[in-house]
Design a protein around this ligand. Structure first.
Ligand code: HEC
Length: 111
């Protein structure tokens, strides 16, 4: 009886473990979903001033579709803010800032 119990416990542990390792790649996959995430973050945090297409120009916001800044300059700008634009380094993680900047860059007319 004790042997059967131990076997059952082992089987259960195995099932739990294999479920865990199956879920892990999915979770990472979702986090790596670059543009989907970036677009979502952009629409929530940035579209208010820049518009979903980046060219709204509300509150003196720059038209992102014609921006000539490099990716690094944009990351710095979004992290530290400028003028009417608030710093996002305490709002978004560095990874999220990269995702949102990559999305903003994808809105440009000239890539
Ligand atoms: C409160 C309005 C507002 C929000 C919200 C906002 N911005 Fe801005 N953004 C501005 C303004 C104003 C400027 C121009 C700043 C200046 O040059 O003085 C600007 C400039 C920029 C620039 C520089 C463009 C260039 O070519 O000079 C980038 C890139 C940018 N914003 C990205 C973002 C991103 C990404 C978000 C969301 C995380 C965001 N902004 C949210 C108002 C906003």
């Amino acid at each position: 009886m004790v042997v059967i119990r131990t076997l059952l416990l082992l089987a259960l542990a195995f099932v739990v473990l294999s479920c865990g390792s199956e879920a892990a790649p999915n979770a990472t996959g979702a986090a790596l979903d670059g543009d989907g995430k970036g677009a979502e973050l952009f629409n929530t945090n940035c579209a208010l001033c820049h518009g979903r297409k980046g060219d709204l120009g509300m509150n003196g916001a720059k038209d992102l579709t014609v921006s000539t800044l490099t990716r690094e300059q944009m990351i710095a700008m979004v992290s530290n803010g400028k003028g009417a634009m608030m710093p996002y380094k305490n709002v978004l993680t560095p990874k999220q800032i990269e995702q949102v900047v990559d999305h903003a860059r994808s809105l440009r007319k000239t890539q």
